[in-house]
Ligand binder design. Sequence first.
Ligand SMILES: [Zn+2]
Length: 480
Amino acid sequence: MKILVAKFQLESNEHVPMKTDLEHTALSFGRAALDHMQLGNVFDAPDIELIPVLCADAACSGVMKKNAFLYLENRILDTIKEHIHDLDGIYFHLHGASEIEDLGSGEHHLVAEVRKIVGPYLPVAVSCDPHGNLCKSYVENCTILRSYRESPHTDIAETVQFVASNLIELIRNRRHITPVYQKLPLILGGEQSVSTDEPIASFNKWLNEAEKDERILSISWHVGYLRHDTECAGCGIVVVPNDNKYRSYAEELCQKASTAIWNRRKEFHYTGLTMNPNEALQAALQFSDKPVFITDSGDNVTSGAMGANTFILHQFLTVSNLNKKVLFAAIHCPETCHMLMNKNVNDKVHISLGMGIDELTKKAELDVTILHKGRQEGTKMYGEEGDYGPLITVSVDYLPIDIAITDNNHSFVEKHQIDACGVDWDDYDIIVVKQGYIHPEEKEKGKLCIMSLTNGATPQDTRLINFKRIMRPMYPIDEI
Ligand SMILES: [Zn+2]
C-alpha cells in the first residue's frame, strides 16, 4: 500500500506583530521530513510504501503569509496528484490552530483541497494538537481525527502512532467512516485545561475507557485556540466510529461526552499558583528555598507570543538590594542577539535589551559581561530536533541577574535548554520563563512555581479578549 505523509505545525497568535513566513518555519522535504514525525516503526512493513512530502514546523507564531502557506499546500497537493492512481491513504500531522492571511484556517483549507482531488472516500487520517479549532466540514473531511490527550503534550508520539496504525488497519480492511463532531459553547485557555488537573484528568480517563469499545475507533476532546478571532473558536468533541454502521452510537457517545464537559464548565481553573505581577515578584523574593519559577504568562511563547517582553526584567531591575540570583530564559531580541554574536565570551558590552515596540518590550539599558555563546538545540517534548538559532547568555554587571538572549521565540521548557545557556540551574534562586503553565521538568525542579498574570499577547483572562467572530453565546464570555 502507498501512504502519503506530511506534517504542518503552526499556532497563530494574531496579537503578535510578526507575520509568519517560510524563514520562520523549520522545513524538511522527502525522507528527511520523516525524522521529525515521531512515527516510530508503525509504517515498517514490507507492503507499505511511504511518500513523505514535507515537514513544515512554524511552532507558535503569528498569522502566516498566504504565499508561504500556499507554497507548502501546493507541494502536498501536487504530490497527491502525481500519485493519485496508486495512493491508498494519507496521513497528516497537523496542529489545528493555524491562521493564514485571507484564507482562515490552513488545516481546514488543506483538507478541503485534498478532498477536491481524492474525492470523499480515500482514507485521510489526522493526528493533531488539542489546541486546534475545528468545524464540521473539516472534521467530516477527515476519516480519522484524534488529538493528544495530555496538556502539556507528553503523548505526541503515542498519538501519532495510534492514528498511523489505525490508518494502516483501515486500508487493510476498508470501511467507510465519517467522524462525528460536536461543538461546545465553551472557550478555554490552555492554562485552564491542564490534563494532570481536574476536570480534564478524570475526563481523559473516561475517554480512554470509551475508546476501548469496538464500535469506536477514537474519541477525543479539543480545547480549541483563542489567540485569533475565528468562527471556529471553542471546545469540541470528535468521535470516530469504527464503521459508519456504528455512527448513531458515535453520535450518542459524542453527546454524552459534550454533556459531561459542559456540566463541569465552572470547574476549569488555572493550574498552580497564579498572582498579579507585583505579588508574584514579592512571593519569589521572600521564598526561602530555591529555585522559584516565575512564568511570564502574558508573553507565553508556547501559545504564540513573541517572548520579547522585558516587563518582568524591569520589575527586577527596580528591586533595591536584590539579593537573589535570577535567570531569564529567555528574552527574544534579535538586534541585541546578533550584535552579541560578534563579541567574545567575557567581553564587557553595553546593550539596549528589548524590541522597544511598546511599553511591555521597553528597552533596558544594561552593562553586561558575556557568559556563554551557544545554540538552541530543540525541545524533545514537542518532538523538535535540530538547531533553533543562537543563544547568548549575559550577566548584568553589579547585579545578580543573568539573561539568555535569542533571536526568535523558541520555548525553554526542558533542563537541557537551560544547560545550553551555559549555566547551572542549581545556581539560581529565581528563574523566569516565557510560559503559561509551567512545563513538567521545570515543575518538578521548582520548589515554588508562580504564574505571573502579566499583560501581553497571551493574556489569561478570556473575558478580556475582544472577540468579534466567535459563536455566541459562549461561556464564560456570556453567562450561560
Ligand atoms: Zn497545544
